[in-house]
Design a protein around this ligand. Structure first.
Ligand SMILES: Cc1ncc(COP(=O)(O)O)c(C=O)c1O
Length: 437
């Protein structure tokens, strides 16, 4: 059966049935929309719905769907060269690396290109072990770093991701991420012991010698774990701990990168320079490309043939990546994300007083989370019902959080003011209906 055979009024139902028959049940979908095409901030479904996209395919289409500059770059490359892998040098790969280095923190100047976030994370931990000749890795509870075996070992945002999948990679240790809204009882201006590194120091004292640790891997704004913005001193303190013990600091910017938080990369909010950074998602605005960027000194620990990939740095994906970075710069999209984010947060802050179920609102730029609570308990049912009500009114929002009780807002950075306001009004109505039901 071709897609042309299943267009029309009942077509969505037919596609859903075929999906259930043919596609692995492992995919956990946020909606059952059957999307035919998309443009900017709008998804157009096969049954003629026009849905506002506040999810961006999980933080990928930061420039909006089918941004003309990316479409043009991809078309040009498709007619020129697709793929040679390591059988040749590749000018597009070099262009993509140069573009990436031009926007990453100073000193991070050599690149290994992969296809996905998980692969980039795998590359980063192999590199850290190779560069330090140490074995142990510290990660954080609530973290999400991907689904391959190394990455899932680091991931600790939901136990079900790991259930029945072990054994995992040896040498990985988790400490808590400073999610003060959930874990802490200190005042808003008092120091947070988790951000101060107390749990890491305790780990060093009780479980793992500091001089056996190759790397600490951290999301500068925790994504799947609940869109958690850590206290300002957290990243600088991690940098200090790493410097003190010769540990490499890996920042996973897979979700928070490419303008999303109001800067090219989220670490820029902290002034901290990691030793290794992982990027993916919005790098290709929808074409699969990821990267690991490190200092020359660290990257030189890999010698020829010690790590590799067939598809990583594919020419078409690289052409898209170059166009993405040029467009972020020429359209001042990090600045736009910062300005729109302030506007969104101002509006959402009012909801905390108006709606008792809104426990917390937080974020940077256009990476914003709303945490739903029933009293002092996280409530996933409310978040799910609010999400469903939004979808009924043609707004797609996603959930996240270790308790699945956070609605995350990830609209495209190119979204028009009208669409942004329209989406927020749908969300507000959904929350109000939930409170009044
Ligand atoms: C912070 C972070 N790291 C890594 C990954 C894994 O990326 P991928 O799904 O491309 O493997 C994700 C995906 O959501 C992520 O949010």
């Amino acid at each position: 059966m071709t897609d042309l055979a299943v267009r029309g009024a009942d077509s969505a139902g037919v596609w859903r049935e075929r999906d259930a028959e043919l596609i692995s049940p492992a995919y956990s979908r946020y909606s059952d929309l059957v999307v035919d095409h998309a443009l900017g901030a709008h998804l157009h479904t096969i049954d003629s719905r026009d849905v506002l996209d506040f999810g961006c395919g999980i933080g990928v289409t930061n420039l909006g769907h089918l941004h003309p500059a990316v479409v043009r770059a991809v078309h040009e490359q498709v007619d020129r060269l697709w793929h040679t892998s390591v059988t040749t040098l590749s000018p597009r790969m070099i262009d993509a690396a140069a573009a990436l280095v031009s926007i990453t923190p100073e000193g991070l100047d050599q690149v290994f290109l992969n296809n996905s976030g998980a692969e980039a994370v795998e590359t980063s931990i192999k590199l850290a072990r190779r560069a330090t000749a140490r074995t142990e890795i510290i990660a954080f509870t609530g973290a999400f770093h991907g689904r391959t075996y190394g990455a899932i070992t680091l991931t600790a945002s939901k136990a079900k991701y790991r259930e029945g999948m072990g054994p995992f990679l040896p040498g990985v240790h988790h400490v808590r991420y400073p999610h003060c809204f959930r874990y802490c009882d200190h005042g808003p201006d008092a120091p947070c012991p988790i951000a101060r590194g107390d749990e890491i120091e305790h780990l060093f004292k009780t479980t793992v010698a500091a001089d056996s640790v190759a790397a600490i891997i951290v999301e500068p704004l925790q994504g799947e774990g609940g869109f958690v913005v850590p206290p300002k001193n957290f990243l600088p303190r991690l940098r200090e701990i790493c410097d003190e013990h010769g540990i490499l600091l890996i920042c996973d910017e897979v979700q928070s990168g490419f303008g999303r938080t109001g800067r090219f990369f989220c670490v820029e909010h902290t002034g901290v320079r990691p030793d290794i950074m992982c990027v993916a998602k919005a790098f290709g605005n929808g074409l699969p490309i990821a990267g690991v960027i490190a200092t020359h000194r660290v990257m030189s620990a890999f010698h020829a043939g010690e790590h590799g990939t067939t598809f990583g740095g594919n020419a078409v994906a690289c052409a898209a990546a170059v166009a993405v970075i040029e467009t972020l710069r020429s359209e001042h999209l990090p600045e736009r994300a910062a300005a729109l984010g302030t506007r969104v947060i101002d509006r959402l802050n009012g909801w905390m007083n108006e709606f008792p179920v809104v426990g917390d609102v937080r974020g940077l730029g256009l990476m914003i989370g709303i945490e739903f609570m029933r009293g002092d308990k996280p409530d996933a049912d409310i978040a799910r019902r609010v999400q469903r009500r939004c979808l009924e009114r043609d707004l797609l929002v996603l959930t996240c959080g270790i308790d699945d009780n956070v609605i995350r807002l990830l609209p495209p950075l190119t979204i028009g003011d009208d669409d942004l306001d329209a989406g927020l009004s749908i969300l507000e109505t959904a929350v109000r209906e939930e409170v009044e039901r």
